[in-house]
Design a protein around this ligand. Structure first.
Ligand code: DX5
Ligand code: ZN
Length: 218
């Protein structure tokens, strides 16, 4: 069943505890935490201390997206802070398996991500070694950007490859996903939809969670 992973970057940070509680009440079971270093992406967000705070506020699955030039330096810090999944970018480690092993040895799930301008064929040879494949549908760095539709064929190709090889890698899509394009993203084969602006700006968050959970692939 498809689910939404709210990107906390889209929350009102002045009321973070209320936002987390409200998301849980709406039926959310995963939070997407965007970690930005101002180098791999042109923005700086937050670090392990904030992840630790969020971990203290919820028992939900914490999906930590490392948009860092040297993610391996921080794997342990984020796992200690409460990360359940650590995703890094193929752009910074074109030979990613060593880093997948490091994350697995820390006892959490592994994720690999590619930006919109990276062909999906570059990740397929490694995908079986990852629990999650995070397809970026925006150039990372900011919430509230427009969905890049070129992500759809990449999702389809990954879905076909995963199904053909009987893998259980989950496909997660991240950036500009909302209730208008969610159907196309799910039809293409996504399992998990990151939503920042669309979730935290939704009229009725529970309704949105239910709509996605109840969606049957076209
Ligand atoms: C972008 C982040 C995304 C973003 C999603 O760099 O990786 O997770 O916060 O936010 P929306 O859903 O608003 O695009
Ligand atoms: Zn993200």
């Amino acid at each position: 069943m498809a689910e939404i992973a709210p990107s906390v970057l889209g929350a009102d940070f002045s009321r973070l505890a209320d936002e987390i509680a409200s998301a849980e009440k709406a039926g959310v079971t995963t939070f997407h935490l965007d970690i930005m270093d101002g180098h791999f992406v042109p923005n700086i967000s937050f670090g392990p201390a904030v992840v630790k705070t969020i971990n203290g506020l919820t028992d939900c699955f914490l999906d930590v997206h490392l948009m860092l030039s040297e993610p391996e330096k921080y794997f342990e810090d984020f796992v200690k802070a409460g990360a359940d999944l650590i995703t890094f970018h193929l752009e910074v480690h074109p030979e990613p398996l060593k880093y997948a092993d490091q994350i697995r040895q820390l006892g959490v799930k592994t994720g690999i991500s590619i930006n919109p301008d990276m062909p999906v064929d570059r990740v397929l040879p490694f995908i079986e070694h990852f629990d999650y494949f995070l397809v970026m549908s925006v150039y990372p760095g900011f919430g509230g950007q427009k969905f890049i539709a070129d992500a759809l064929p990449k999702i389809r190709t990954a879905r076909e490859y995963i199904d053909k090889h009987g893998l259980d890698t989950k496909i997660e899509v991240d950036g500009g996903v909302d209730d208008h394009n969610a159907g196309n993203v799910l039809d293409a084969g996504a399992d998990l939809l990151v939503m920042g602006t669309a979730f935290f700006g939704a009229e009725n968050r529970a309704e949105l969670v239910k709509q996605i959970a109840g969606y049957s692939r076209g």
